[in-house]
Ligand binder design. Structure first.
Ligand code: FMN
Length: 208
């Protein structure tokens, strides 16, 4: 596949709910995770761990858990006038058990200047700002390879169950679960507020 430019990737990368059933090549998954690991992190601690889920049985287990949690929280029937973002999220929830692949992004609390102490609860969110940068790298790399992704966090409501299914140790926090696959539908453009509306120069509210 011909590489696309960085700005084309940024402007066209969007969050997909619908995926083709085609499998995702392992080389693509490895490249996407490799791109994620190039992100900066606080103190260069690199507190991340990525679990690529490609086994359909495990995808179905995690996806079913996700679906039930999402529908349990948001309601099984769409409310009148549901927004496009929620309607897409609902579609994904209903189809999460069948996505071609998933990547679970985790924060390893055993890494760092104040590592996890055995028996203590992990301090959720301590590594979040480092992980989100890695996640965005992952999404842009996926876009460059023609693959779709979507940030989801709903699994956290049953994190212990997810950890049990995947054999994740106590000191590892699960942060974001993204489906991964060749998307149905086109990349971009995204519906965003123009930058000029959210930019000030030199003083809040002053336009450049
Ligand atoms: C922190 C965060 C949490 C999100 N959680 C979910 C989620 O649980 N399920 C889901 O389907 N989408 C989730 N999204 C995706 C957003 O709904 C999506 O980014 C937004 O609708 C923009 O989509 P677009 O890029 O296609 O325009 C999340 C996004 C962010 C940044």
């Amino acid at each position: 596949m011909e590489e696309i430019g960085l700005f084309e990737a940024i402007y066209s990368q969007r969050q997909f709910a619908r995926y083709k059933p085609d499998p995702v090549p392992k080389e693509a998954i490895d490249k996407i995770i490799d791109a994620a690991t190039k992100a900066p992190s606080g103190g260069n601690m690199q507190p991340w761990h990525f679990i690529a889920i490609t086994d359909p049985k495990i995808i179905s287990q995690i996806g079913t858990l996700y679906r039930d949690l999402w529908l349990g929280a948001m309601g099984a029937t769409p409310p009148p006038g549901e927004s496009p973002a929620y309607s897409a999220a609902r579609y994904l929830a209903n189809h999460m058990p069948e996505v071609p692949a998933m990547i679970l992004v985790c924060a390893d609390h055993a890494i760092g200047s104040q590592p996890y102490t055995k028996g203590e609860p992990v301090e959720r969110g301590r590594y979040a700002s480092s992980l989100w940068l890695a996640i965005q790298n992952m999404f842009l790399a996926a876009r460059a390879l023609g693959l779709g992704t979507r940030i989801t966090t709903t699994h956290i409501r049953a994190e212990e169950k997810v950890k049990e299914i995947l054999g994740i140790p106590v000191h590892v926090e699960t942060v974001c679960l993204t489906p991964l696959g060749y998307p149905r539908g086109r990349f971009g453009p995204t519906d965003r507020t123009p930058a000029a509306e959210v930019t000030s120069y030199n003083r809040y509210g002053q336009k450049g």
